[in-house]
Design a protein around this ligand. Structure first.
Ligand SMILES: Cc1cc2nc3c(=O)[nH]c(=O)nc-3n(C[C@H](O)[C@H](O)[C@H](O)COP(=O)(O)O)c2cc1C
Ligand code: SF4
Length: 884
């Protein structure tokens, strides 16, 4: 073929020829790759390592950058059946982190041999697999990276002059290793170890793995600080309180820096929008950015709640133990001692309530570089949180008692002490309720083994489920009101805070279980056992002997289930809400009274068929004549107590109101009641604190002021003393002093009734005095009181004795009973009257020392039945109640 014809041919067929040649070349490449893949499938892990090494060699020889390490890891994971499959979201989080972290390593310009020694796995520790000895571990063994990497530095840190090869012996170790711990979408813990420079603990000694094939020594099992978990599994919450907006700006800044580090974006919450009670079940990481105001401000509610909870002995000491937190305060140093005082208190109380401080308190001064201080604190906080080698719990800020403005004894429960008086420190696992090693003490400090992480994840899931259920129940029931807390400088209204109901679903459940009927949101009514006894003609309570009340005509109720004490003998088993001020929704007095009567009659109806109920008593009982405002809680706490009492009197129902002497102003402003009681549970400050466990710090002053207010009332007044052996049965002289102070008309003294208290009070049967002991106590009181008071009546059955002012004794006869009709007439008249205007004669059987012991002879004395008889009767009663 001539060259011209060949050229002609080439011109005609060049395109199909080139295409054919290209197709053949492509086919041969595909075939050769397929062979490689097949042979790779049969390779050992070591082969894989070598293949991957040779790929790196190739890359290095072509002067290319090493491949993205995490891409390699993810590919490895896809092929390795021992590695759990990660969700795309988890993979992308790992990728983001690794990409962010590999820069420093590249900048160090590592050589290929050095690069090979880097760990390249993301692995979950194989279940029940014993950690291999680092010396004998082959390269094919699963490598579990550690947050405290102990492996060889590979000589990476050696200075230019050091030409030796292999192990540096730890000589040149540095602190920078990056270890990112992740949790996949199923709650599995994964550890992405992406060292950026050298490993930190050197490689000297027997554990040196310089000679191992991969040059990386697996050491301790992967561990994660459980305190990091909430941050990794759910967004942190950033609470702010602000008036002029700075705290909110800082909160937004924090949120941005968190998100920029690849963590879930935080939730920003204005503290006034949050139900403080929800902190009790809060398990998120909570950051508080709080401004300081010495006037009414957005912090008030939160701080009040913290303080109340902190000093409420009914609340579990570590009630916020699930919460992890850090506080930053905004203030102005021009305020001197008041600089950032609110936020600092929040930090202190959170810590004292068991919350885990993940970073120390920070503060920014408006008078200085507030923004700079915040940035510094913010950066340090996040750096610390992202560093798993750091302990995330920091020393609580404990102020001295003087700082709190209280005596040391008032705060003596700040810490925990063992029998020797030494402070007891709980391990983090104990605080978190995690399983501990060797029955209580962790052998490895603060870290929890990966194998325990399943439990942690389960606990977190459980807590979330519980919380969701709680929230749902609460949302279904609550009717919220708004509370205005002021206005901003420019006249804008600050968001009102929502007011919640006193009775939470949990409390509702607990109280109804104990037989209470709940009316509205804060009131309760219950049938007392004496009402049942009276219906059956089996006697009345001590009020019958002392004041002429027939128990079946009496309704026991309270318009406030909350009070400000935590008395050791409280019937409520310490489940009730407490507070030093009313902070709940308020129900209408008419609604409460109607609800109380309706429920009372409803409960009575159920007793209709109970064996022994007398028809005449049952009919009488359908018209309540007396109301004992003493069931539980503090009735005087209810903001409309005067209206409530007025309604009772209008229905010609007498009012017996018992207060616990913590609200002197309320006592002073109380309109006349049939009988006003004050509980005098102790006679000294120390024993009152011990027995009533009051919430108020100035509880003693309040107590004395209440007695003074009672003395000024000019009403029929009573001191009620409940004797608890070994708590308040001595100090007679002090009681006498208190009686002289309040000049009550009567003093009721009774032994405490043992109701099977829980552990909270620590009360046992040994604390219940015998009747003879009560009598002896009363005699001593009377002796020391001298003229003016005498022992008037008793009710031996309930171990109660009445000491009365001799004003109520005329011609040798006692007039401790009440002419109720006269009382209502006096109230209706609107005239001023005294307790002497409506007294009535006391029957002789009620006198102290009378053979009847205060038992009305008209009643049938009931003696206890045998266990079997009681059981049979109980069953019969249950049957009747069921039918009803
Ligand atoms: C009326 C008022 C009262 C303040 N009281 C205090 C105070 O008692 N202690 C304090 O450290 N700072 C006090 N400050 C300063 C603020 O806490 C400070 O300016 C803060 O940065 C405001 O934050 P915000 O913009 O988030 O509201 C007060 C400021 C105002 C306007
Ligand atoms: S004042 Fe009454 S309700 Fe309150 S704690 Fe004491 S006993 Fe219980």
């Amino acid at each position: 073929m001539s060259s011209s014809s060949a050229l002609q041919l080439w011109k005609e067929y060049r395109i199909p020829l080139v295409c054919m040649a290209f197709a053949i070349a492509t086919l041969s490449i595909i075939l050769s790759n397929k062979e490689k893949v097949n042979s790779n499938t049969n390779n050992t892990n070591e082969d894989k390592e070598n293949n991957s090494d040779s790929k790196r060699d190739k890359d290095a020889s072509e002067n290319k950058e090493p491949p993205n390490e995490v891409e390699g890891i993810v590919q490895d994971m896809e092929h390795d059946p021992t590695i759990p499959t990660l969700s795309p979201a988890a993979v992308s989080r790992v990728m983001d982190h690794a990409t962010a972290e590999q820069k420093p390593y590249r900048h160090q310009g590592l050589k290929k041999e050095e690069f090979r020694k880097l760990p390249k796995v993301i692995r979950k520790k194989p279940k029940n697999k014993k950690q291999a000895d680092p010396v004998t571990t082959s390269a094919s063994a699963p490598i579990v990276t550690s947050s405290t990497v102990d492996g060889c530095c590979g000589g990476k840190n050696k200075p230019a002059g050091d030409t030796s090869t292999g192990c540096c012996g730890g000589k040149y170790k540095n602190e920078n290793n990056h270890n990112n711990t992740m949790v996949d979408d199923d709650g599995n813990i994964i550890t992405a170890s992406v060292p950026t420079s050298t490993v930190s603990n050197g490689c000297g000694g027997h554990a040196c793995a310089c000679s191992s094939t991969n040059g990386f020594a697996p050491t301790a099992p992967a561990k994660i600080d459980p305190l990091l978990l909430p941050m990794l599994t759910e967004p942190m919450k950033v609470f702010y309180s602000t008036i002029t907006g700075t705290a909110k700006l800082f909160a937004q800044e924090l949120a941005q820096s968190v998100a920029s580090r690849g963590l879930p974006e935080p939730k920003l919450i204005d503290i006034v929008d949050y139900d403080t009670e929800d902190f009790l079940s809060e398990s998120s990481l909570c950051i508080f950015i709080l401004s300081t105001y010495n006037v009414e401000g957005p912090n008030d509610w939160f701080l009040k709640w913290l303080e109340d909870t902190r000093f409420d002995w009914r609340v579990e000491r570590e009630s916020l133990k699930k919460l992890k937190f850090s506080v930053f305060g905004l203030g102005d140093s021009a305020y001197g001692d008041e600089f950032c005082n609110g936020p600092r208190s929040a930090d202190k109380w959170l810590g004292q309530l068991g919350a885990q401080r993940v970073w120390p308190f920070g503060e920014g001064d408006k008078n200085g570089d507030q923004g700079g201080a915040f940035k510094q604190w913010n950066d340090a906080l996040l750096e610390s949180l992202l560093d798993p080698n750091q302990s995330h719990v920091h020393e609580a800020y404990f102020s001295s008692d003087e700082e709190d403005g209280a005596s040391a004894s008032e705060h003596d429960d700040d810490g925990e002490f063992d029998e020797d008086g030494q402070a007891v420190k709980k391990t983090k696992e104990e605080k978190l309720g995690l399983p501990t090693i060797d029955g209580g003490s962790t052998s490895e400090g603060d870290m929890v083994d990966v194998e325990d992480m399943g439990n942690v994840a389960r606990k977190i899931r459980q807590a979330k489920e519980d919380k969701a259920l709680d929230e749902e129940a609460y949302a279904n029931q609550k009717v919220r009101a708004k509370r205005m807390i002021g206005e901003t400088k420019d006249g804008r209204a600050i968001k009102p805070r929502e007011v919640r109901e006193m009775v939470s679903p949990l409390l509702y459940k607990s109280l109804t279980k104990q037989g209470y009927k709940i009316i509205g949101t804060h009131s309760g009514v219950k049938i007392c056992r004496w009402t049942k006894a009276a219906l059956r003609g089996r006697g009345f309570c001590y009020k019958h002997s002392f004041y002429g009340i027939q128990s079946h005509l009496c309704m026991e109720t309270t318009p406030s289930l909350a009070c400000a004490n935590k008395c050791v003998f409280c019937w409520r088993h310490h489940t009730n809400p407490v507070g030093t001020e009313w902070r709940w929704k308020v129900d209408d007095p008419e609604f409460i009274l109607e609800g109380a009567l309706e429920n009372h009659y409803g409960m009575l109806k159920q007793l209709k068929g109970v064996p022994g109920v007398r028809a005449d008593r049952f009919v009488e009982a359908t018209q309540v004549k007396h109301c004992a405002l003493s069931l539980v809680g503090e009735p005087i706490f209810y903001p409309h107590i005067n209206e409530f009492v007025k309604l009772l009197h209008k229905k010609r129902i007498s009012s017996f109101l018992v207060t616990n002497a913590q609200f002197p102003d309320a006592i002073a402003s109380m309109d006349p009641v049939t009988q006003l009681y004050v509980s005098v549970d102790a006679s000294t400050k120390e024993s009152l604190k011990k027995i009533d466990r009051p919430l108020f710090r100035d509880f003693w002053e309040r107590f004395l002021d209440s007695l003074d207010a009672l003395g000024r009332k000019g009403q029929r007044t009573v001191y009620r003393l409940t004797l608890v052996k070994d708590f308040n049965t001595d100090e007679i002289a002090n009681y006498v002093e208190l009686i002289r102070r309040g000049q009550p008309d009567f003093i009721e003294i009774k032994g405490v009734t043992y109701c099977g208290y829980g552990g909270a009070s620590g009360l046992t049967m040994a604390n219940v005095p015998y009747h003879t002991e009560v009598v002896r106590f009363v005699e001593l009181i009377q002796e020391q009181l001298g003229a003016g008071y005498e022992i008037a009546a008793e009710h031996a059955h309930s171990c109660s004795i009445l000491v009365a002012s001799t004003k109520f004794k005329k011609d040798g006869k006692w007039y401790t009973h009440i002419d109720y009709d006269k009382f209502f007439d006096l109230v209706e008249s609107g005239e001023k009257f005294t307790s002497l205007d409506y007294m009535a004669e006391t029957p002789s059987w009620a006198y102290f020392g009378a053979p009847e012991g205060g038992f009305d002879p008209e009643e049938t004395r009931y003696f206890r039945k045998s266990k079997e008889q009681r059981k049979a009767e109980r069953e019969r009663q249950q049957e009747v109640e069921m039918q009803a």
